[in-house]
Design a protein around this ligand. Structure first.
Ligand code: PMP
Length: 460
């Protein structure tokens, strides 16, 4: 780790407030300054390599040195570095990417609106849905249903949809009408003696009871990540999504699939909704859309939503929403090239094959004394460490052991993420068999060293 003696580190400590970082701890510890990347690896200032087993922030599909994306950005910078799409303007990269996304995404998602981040995209969803229901003459239909531990971003509206305490506490959120339902994670939220099917049934009943209690005429949309990622890598129980879809249809509630992490092959299927068998009215995409080489997100939506918005000519008539960088030409050019690479190299197929290898490899740690549950789908996985395997009792405080494992991983030359005590893996889609085996072996060393640390600290 870099210390104060390092000038870059010192300047960082002196000036920056880091996102998702304990500021006082950072002042003592300093940053890990990453200087370059190659394939699935990144390198720090001292030249030490790390396997980026979280693909940056769950996002770098094509790895860290894809020259075609550099060229696409360079070429677009030379042709037209910036233009916008307000007031009837357009440019080729955003038109072409929109067309490509309509082609790639599931049936019925025929329209696109671009933003620069997943949070902005979800704020856009909220505002589109509100605008649409005002246009349809049902101004009371504005509430959202979301889930505890769901992640949808951190801006005022998207942060309200997120269901994590540290995104709400001291930020005075939620600030929009949203009800958070039970997190659909059987291992943690299934009741004693309850089967997975019974768990699904209970969650669907909770959703329907909530809709009826609040009044279906007040509920505008249900938003969820098909597989909950940033909240701790939690696949849904069997039958959950088809059941939610049925309720949405029954009560005329829009179904929003937040695929900022799930999209573009992450789960071993093209999209999360495809993977779990449901058809959303709105889909949110980002991260792997450009492999995060450029900031970009897309809200995909149905013609039904589009028409309601487009026909709202009774009042001002103009859709008064959009960002300076909506559909930015360099970002959309990079996105288009990135999607071409994903298709040409069959990276979604690779994610499915390598995903099976990763999941099977990690499942061998289900017997490890530290591991309560190994879970995931495709190239996203979580290992939850617990104090007591039999009772699932977590460590106290939650997150202390996870953080220790995260730091041990750095020493072992691998970057993972700890979500509390769940160790998350989400490697680039380009991983090879050798890479997967290396990640799995490294995870074994991390678990063994963490177990030794737990014993040393007397944490059980
Ligand atoms: N939705 C989901 C499912 C996400 O995982 C994230 C980011 N991790 C977001 C939205 C927010 O995206 P951003 O950080 O680009 O605002």
């Amino acid at each position: 780790m870099n210390k104060l003696s390092n000038s870059l580190g010192a300047a960082d400590i002196a000036t920056a407030l880091h996102p998702y970082t304990n500021a006082r701890r950072h002042e003592e510890k300093g940053p890990l300054v990453i200087t370059r990347g190659e394939g699935i690896r990144v390198y720090d200032e001292a030249g030490k390599p790390y396997i980026e087993a979280l693909a940056g922030l769950w996002s770098v599909a094509v790895g860290f040195s894809e020259s075609r994306l550099v060229e696409a950005a360079h070429n677009q910078m030379q042709a037209l570095p910036y233009y916008h799409s307000f007031a009837h303007k357009a440019h080729e990269p955003s038109i072409r990417l929109g067309e490509k996304l309509v082609e790639m995404t599931p049936e019925g998602l025929d329209r696109v609106f671009f933003t620069s981040s997943g949070s902005e995209a979800n704020d856009t969803v909220v505002k589109m849905v509100w605008y649409m229901n005002n246009a349809l003459g049902r101004p009371e239909k504005k509430k959202f249903l979301a889930r505890n531990k769901g992640y949808h971003g951190i801006t005022v509206a998207s942060g309200s949809l997120t269901g994590l305490p540290y995104n709400h506490m001291d930020f005075d959120l939620p600030a929009i009408p949203v009800t958070h339902l039970t997190c659909p994670h059987f291992y943690r939220f299934g009741h004693e003696g309850e089967s997975e099917a019974e768990f699904t049934k209970r969650l669907l009943k909770e959703a329907e009871d909530t809709i009826l209690r609040e009044g279906p005429e007040t509920i505008a949309a249900f938003i969820g990540e098909p597989l909950m990622a940033a909240g701790g890598v939690m696949p849904p129980p069997e039958g959950y999504w088809p059941g939610i879809e049925e309720l949405c249809r029954k009560y005329d509630i829009l179904l929003v699939s937040d695929e900022v992490i799930n999209g573009f092959g992450r789960l071993g299927s093209s999209f999360g909704a495809t993977h779990y068998g449901f058809t959303p009215d709105i889909m949110v995409l980002s991260k792997q859309l450009t492999s995060s080489y450029m900031p970009l997100a897309a809200v995909m939506f149905s013609e039904k939503v589009y028409d309601a918005i487009a026909d709202n000519t009774g009042r001002i008539g103009t859709f008064g929403h959009g960002f300076t960088a909506s559909g930015h030409p360099v970002a959309t050019a990079v996105g288009l090239e990135n999607l071409k690479i994903i298709e040409e190299r069959d990276l979604m197929g690779n994610a499915q094959r390598m995903g099976e290898r990763l999941q099977a490899g990690l499942r061998q740690y289900a017997d490890h004394p530290l591991v309560g549950e190994v879970r995931g789908a495709g190239l996203i996985a979580g290992l939850e460490v617990v104090a007591d395997k039999a009772t699932k009792r977590p460590f106290d405080p939650v997150g202390k052991v996870g953080l220790a494992a995260f730091e041990i991983a750095h020493e072992e030359g691998m970057i993972i993420r700890n979500v509390g005590d769940t160790l998350a893996l989400c490697p680039p889609l380009i991983v090879t068999e050798t890479d997967v085996d290396e990640i799995v072996a490294c995870m074994g060393r991390i678990l063994d060293r963490t177990e030794a640390w737990v014993a040393e600290q007397g944490l059980r």
